[in-house]
Write a protein that binds this ligand. Structure first.
Ligand code: MLT
Ligand code: ZN
Length: 472
């Protein structure tokens, strides 16, 4: 990269001192991903206050040919928001652009800027009796712009779809600094290519999402949550099928946890308690919810579980009696990643298969990984209701963490071979980032990757937008 001082002077003139961080002590938090897979370097982190400033900065970078790494809450699972290590990329943070522009309870829409956290967006919706039906473990830190750029999935996909299903409109700054204002809130708008969906899931490689119009749902007023123990993943599938047949529309979430993964949570997370008398090989967290007050969710879950216990599908179950207990059940699920991190080195496989194939996939992948690395500890968990299993592997006890992490490609290949047998996906919700572009030719090669490359070349011919991410 040529001397950046003149460029940074011009950028400072746009964003002011407050919008530009250049000291290493100030930029450090922006150069490493939370999993600590990548340590980057940058000459500056730019923090514009609004879309116009951001567009002016992108225009200056485009003129100078300076590569930009867009960053929201920096919670990527795949290193999608960190700069490379050679100090050649500037980080563009949306953190200061966090206004709620509008909430319309009749249209059921929330118009919000990229830097608002997902949690803040959920709270804004809740204040007006609505629900933003997207929930992920990192929601307190993850920002809307990043959540949409990576098309986050999470716990409620089974009912409401992924992030992309909630987007009605977008405002985007293109790699040449052009602002595209597509902040429409129409339920029907059939006017040519659906551009907003091009940017959702592009992981910042085609432009920077600066604001969005999101679909809301009515807030649930009657919620029931059960924590169930199961002998096997096959029994969990049977339970899911029963809940679905009973009332698919009221399923808020159906999450699977392994006994071992839950043991890690109980061991490492303060105050985590198993709400059942005995441990089990698998657990399911089932949430039913309806916007109708006194909507009968408690009765529904009791009826389903009574029959399932009787038929030997479920071994035991607890139903939350209060909001606090509901939150405690959810913590056992949500703290899985954190507990794995504290237990030692772990390799993540964020994969999906058809829901009906989840048990077979778990069995085969477990056998394959145990054959590859004796003593490895498989921790499958996740969003069973939509077929997205986090088939994470924890290092063997006592093994060298660095050695284990070096096996990551071999592990991912082993798991992915099983995923392929079931026509699944090698990245269900975490995206591609910096970690997985090398897998793209194998999985999405031919016409699919060629189309993506042509789109990239058309929108970002100089390749300055989040280089090295998504595409090989
Ligand atoms: C989750 O659902 O908790 C995360 O997406 C899983 C992970 O850490 O692999
Ligand atoms: Zn997940």
């Amino acid at each position: 990269m040529p001397d950046t001082a003149p460029l940074l002077d011009r950028i400072r003139a746009v964003v002011g001192d407050r919008g530009l961080l250049t000291e290493e002590s100030d930029t450090a938090a922006y150069t490493q991903d939370w999993r600590k897979l990548y340590q980057g370097r940058t000459r500056a982190v730019i923090r514009p206050a609004n879309t116009e400033e951001l567009a002016a900065v992108v225009t200056l970078c485009a003129e100078a040919g300076a590569p930009i790494v867009p960053q929201g809450g920096n919670t990527s699972m795949v290193g999608g928001a960190v700069p490379n290590a050679d100090n050649s990329e500037l980080v563009l943070s949306t953190a200061r652009m966090n206004r709620i522009r509008d909430l319309d309870p009749v249209d059921m829409t929330l118009t919000i800027e990229a830097g608002a956290t997902l949690k803040a967006a959920q709270m804004a919706a809740a204040e007006r009796g609505c629900l933003l039906p997207l929930s992920i473990a990192s929601e307190g830190t993850a920002q809307i712009g990043g959540v949409l750029a990576v098309n986050a999935g999470g716990n409620n996909t089974v009912r409401y779809g992924n992030a992309r299903d909630l987007v009605l409109g977008l405002e985007v700054v293109l790699p040449d600094g052009t602002i595209w204002n597509g902040l429409r809130r129409l339920r029907k708008d059939n006017t040519g290519y659906c551009l907003r969906q091009l940017f959702v899931g592009s992981e910042g490689t085609l432009g920077i999402i600066t604001a969005a119009v999101l679909k809301l749902a009515p807030a649930p007023k009657d919620v029931a949550v059960a924590f169930c123990s199961l002998e096997s993943a096959a029994k969990a599938l049977e339970l899911f099928a029963r809940v679905q047949a009973y009332d698919a529309a009221s399923i808020g979430a159906f999450e699977l946890m392994s006994g071992l993964g839950t043991d890690f949570v109980l061991k490492h997370i303060p105050n985590a308690v198993l709400p059942l008398a005995e441990k089990a090989p698998f657990y399911a967290l089932v949430e039913l919810a309806t916007p109708r007050p006194n909507g009968g969710m408690r009765g529904a879950i009791e009826e389903i579980l009574e029959k399932a216990l009787e038929d030997g599908v479920v071994s035991d179950a607890a139903i939350a009696e209060s909001d606090a207990q509901r939150a405690a059940f959810w913590r056992l699920r949500e703290e899985h990643s954190e507990a794995q991190k504290r237990e030692g080195a772990s390799v993540k496989n964020d994969v999906s298969v058809p829901v009906s194939k989840v048990p077979a996939f778990i069995a085969k992948a477990t056998a394959a990984c145990e054959a590859l690395i004796p003593g490895v500890r498989c921790v499958p968990f996740g969003h069973m209701g939509d077929g997205n299993i986090h088939f994470n592997l924890e290092q063997p006890e006592g093994a060298d963490p660095a050695w284990f992490l070096e096996q990551d490609h071999a592990i991912m290949e082993t798991v992915n071979a099983v995923v392929r047998e079931y026509d699944g996906s090698f990245s269900a919700e975490h995206g591609i980032g910096k970690l997985k572009p090398y897998m793209m030719p194998d999985w999405r090669g031919g016409a699919e990757l060629a189309i993506m490359q042509r789109i990239k070349a058309a929108l970002d011919p100089a390749g300055i937008m989040n280089p090295g991410k998504v595409l090989p």
